[in-house]
Design a protein around this ligand. Structure first.
Ligand code: MOS
Length: 766
């Protein structure tokens, strides 16, 4: 696919410049290139400074003390012994913590829910096991940790409620979920259509609690200067944390600065402002001295979002030739008792397949657990584990190839919103994937293929992930050496933001990447929506692109006011190799900037979702194909090979995009086979709260995994014509594995993860 340089109209958000879109022209070929990460060297040499590592004079260490009951009240707390430990300078509890705003709606109207107050030590109540009940601050980490164990706490306890299924009767219908879907969506008459369908599937799937475990632990250093506070904090959206801190302590937003230059993984777990940030701010204020707080790995299992467990009933009705007539998907989910979150579990089901009669619902149960919240691909990641296994079960009932079943139910327009798709190439992904994977060799009959002692099977699933764009701003400066510096409050959570932003600026301004510095992760820079929801690249990239287009204009304007291009027409400017070219004359950015009063030129830009988000449904798509081997005696499941084929708009950097997809696919494998946070139901405790007991795959668990992006340009998504790729890879991936296990063994397991015991029980029954 070649982009047509001249025919591409500039997108709405950047029509201040009538020149052809330089990203479409891609004159230097930087866009799409599998460029190495520009921050890679800093990271592998340890030069990249993470939140906990800032060298700030005179700081003290804070260590969190966690509640050891699942629900109740602190009735006695003795900090005397802890306070006497040499080096201890402060013990904060609910008795001496400052006033904070309570949980509730956003304090700044129109702002995002992540900016809501996040109070800690705000009373004697214990809402969940592990809730912070004290913070011990000392001159050394060792003293703080030691003293933390000497804080004596007694509780009045109540029995916590921790599981969704036994509490279904208490479920309520929320207004909407985190993705903005209504709790209930319906089209046509599902009940009648399902009742009358010649072929029916009615199955209930369950997925367990899952926990974020970013490699970099949650950490914050808080430093007050007068009535202003700076947080060096590991956070995906600095502007949200700024707002959350401001609303918690009821101080002006511009009194809070967040610095998050490097982030060792976020996955949604660093979207909310957590205890390390709030407690560090409190302690630093009280002490008049910087305080750093890092959560331990074990603490993050309680004090960071988890993903809710889900109970999902999927009902599919179809004609005998495999046309879906009725799609039903009802989900029951956990929310915290004190802070509502609704996993958008059935959202994808509204858009994936055509059927005249559809009905989805989401019900939440308030339970005595930490907050459930966003975890990479909130909604799709667990929703498609159910829907895409159900489609496989329906294919079996229809005696139809599961790829063919999906092809037969490809909608012509978005089934829910009744608008066209911006771009949708699910069929291309399915067909290309099937061809490359050798899907035709699959035996439809389960347990039909053996390789030595292994039962071998293939499975597949579709992927869909909502494409989102949010308003974003950026600032660009060209100095008297011609160097380009971009500033924006974006973050890089490991996804490659630094690199793709560098590519966008370099290509738009036609300079080599060495001539571009991208500065991000600071609320002193122009506001962005940060990293989350796969909207990061599209939002902040578009804002930066707009700033670079404004810079082209500013350079051309400055160039014609004096120097070799004086008097020429700025609207005829071309840009090449760090120079403005008009007619037969040229001038370098360096010289143009040097002649200005300040010796530099600065331009600002912004982008926001345009009409393309109202008049079109926007999503990225893919198809997963997996081959597994199952040991019939041990129940052991091995991934032999896996292929993901994706269509996600223009790809900015093939290397980072491929890594995102591959990581997502492996996480899908993890959710299919390994991950499960188990609850001690009597105490409300996640029992396996470390990475020894909470299982995730390691290299030895992964076979040959391949990622392919199909060429696509989405001219409705924004000026860059890209779509989000961060969360697409996990969507449906686990279902492809579960379907492969069925094909290998004939055992259908609807309760994730597919552990050995479940395989063996199934094999015995068969
Ligand atoms: Mo995501 S769950 O917004 O990192």
């Amino acid at each position: 696919m070649a982009d047509a340089p001249k025919s591409a109209p500039p997108a709405k958000s950047t029509d201040k410049d009538t020149l052809p879109n330089p990203i479409d022209i891609n004159a230097t070929g930087l866009i799409g290139k599998p460029l190495d990460r520009v921050d890679g060297k800093a990271k592998v040499t340890g030069a990249a400074t993470y939140a906990y590592e800032y060298d700030i004079d005179g700081f003290a260490y804070g260590f969190i003390v966690n509640a050891t009951v699942g629900k109740g009240r602190v009735i006695f707390i003795d900090t005397d012994v802890a306070e006497k430990v040499p080096g201890v300078v402060l013990v904060l509890t609910h008795r001496n913590a400052p006033a904070q705003a309570g949980y509730g709606p956003p304090k700044f109207p129109g702002d995002d829910p992540l900016g809501r107050p996040r109070p800690f030590l705000d009373g004697a109540q214990v809402r969940y096991f592990g809730e912070p009940v004290a913070l011990v601050v000392a001159d050394s980490f060792e003293a703080a940790r030691h003293a933390a164990h000497l804080v004596k706490v007694r509780y009045d306890t109540e029995a916590p409620q921790t599981r969704v299924a036994p509490n279904k009767a208490r479920a309520y219908a929320p207004e909407s979920d985190v993705a903005g879907n209504k709790a209930d969506a319906a089209d046509g008459d599902f009940d009648t259509a399902f009742a009358q369908a010649p072929v029916k599937l009615d199955a209930t799937y369950t997925t367990p609690y899952q926990i974020h475990s970013a490699m970099e632990l949650h950490a914050t250093i808080a430093q007050w200067d007068g009535d202003k506070v700076t947080l060096y904090s590991s956070h995906q959206i600095p502007n949200s944390e700024q707002e959350a801190v401001a609303s918690t302590f009821q101080i002006p937003k511009d009194h809070v600065r967040i610095v998050s230059r490097y982030i060792g993984g976020g996955f949604g777990g660093k979207l909310p402002t957590e205890a390390d940030a709030i407690l560090a701010v409190m302690a630093a204020r009280k002490l008049g001295r910087p305080v750093k707080v890092m959560q331990t790995r074990q603490q993050t299992f309680f004090n960071v979002y988890h993903r809710t467990e889900t109970v999902q009933q999927v009902r599919l009705g179809a004609t005998r030739d495999g046309k879906l007539t009725a799609i039903g998907h009802d989900a029951w989910l956990q929310t915290a008792t004190f802070d509502e979150f609704v996993e958008p579990c059935t959202g994808a089901t509204q858009h994936l397949y055509a059927a005249p009669h559809r009905k989805t619902s989401q019900r939440v149960v308030p339970l005595d657990l930490p907050r459930s919240g966003s975890m990479r691909a909130p909604g799709e990641a667990v929703g498609l584990l159910a829907l895409e296994q159900a489609m496989d079960e329906l294919a079996v009932k229809l005696d139809l190839d599961p790829v063919e079943l999906r092809l037969r139910n490809e909608p012509e327009q978005d089934p829910a919103k009744k608008v066209p798709f911006s771009t949708r190439n699910l069929t291309g992904c399915l067909k290309e994937g099937a061809a490359r994977f050798g899907w035709a060799r699959r035996q439809a009959r389960p347990a039909a293929v053996r390789d030595g002692r292994w039962l071998v099977g293939m499975g597949m699933a579709s992927a869909i992930r909502n494409n989102i764009m949010r308003p974003s701003q950026a600032e660009v400066t060209v100095d008297n050496t011609g160097h380009v510096t971009a500033r924006l409050a974006m973050t890089d959570i490991g996804t490659g933001s630094y690199t793709i932003l560098t590519q966008i600026a370099a290509e738009t301004l036609q300079v080599p990447i060495e001539q571009v510095t991208v500065l991000i992760g600071d609320t002193d820079f122009p506001e962005t929506p940060g990293s989350g929801g796969s909207f990061g690249a599209n939002s902040s990239g578009s804002g930066l692109f707009d700033a670079c287009m404004a810079m082209r204009k500013a350079l051309a304007g400055a160039a014609v006011s004096n120097g070799p291009l004086q008097g020429r027409k700025p609207d005829q400017a071309h840009f090449h190799d760090g120079r403005v070219i008009i007619g037969d004359g040229a001038d370098s950015y360096a010289a143009i900037a040097a002649r200005t009063a300040t010796g530099s030129i600065t331009a600002e830009g912004k982008a926001a979702p345009g009409d393309g988000y109202k008049s079109y449904h926007q999503a990225s798509y893919g198809a997963h194909f997996a081959e597994v081997g199952v040991d019939p005696d041990s129940g052991e499941i091995r991934l032999r090979r896996m292929l993901g084929v994706f269509a996600a708009g223009r790809i900015l950097n093939l290397k980072t995009a491929t890594s995102q997809a591959m990581g997502g696919m492996l996480w899908g494998l993890s959710s299919a086979l390994h991950e499960e946070a188990m609850v001690d139901e009597a105490r409300g405790l996640f029992i396996n709260h470390d990475l020894a007991e909470y299982h995730v795959p390691v290299h030895a668990d992964i076979g040959a995994v391949e990622v392919l992006y199909l060429p696509e340009v989405d001219d409705k998504s924004g000026p860059l014509k890209i779509k989000g790729v961060g969360e697409l890879g996990i969507c449906g991936a686990g279902a492809a594995i579960a379907n492969a296990v069925y094909n290998a063994t004939g055992v259908r397991i609807r309760d994730y993860p597919l552990t050995l015991d479940k395989v063996l029980t199934g094999l015995k029954a068969a």
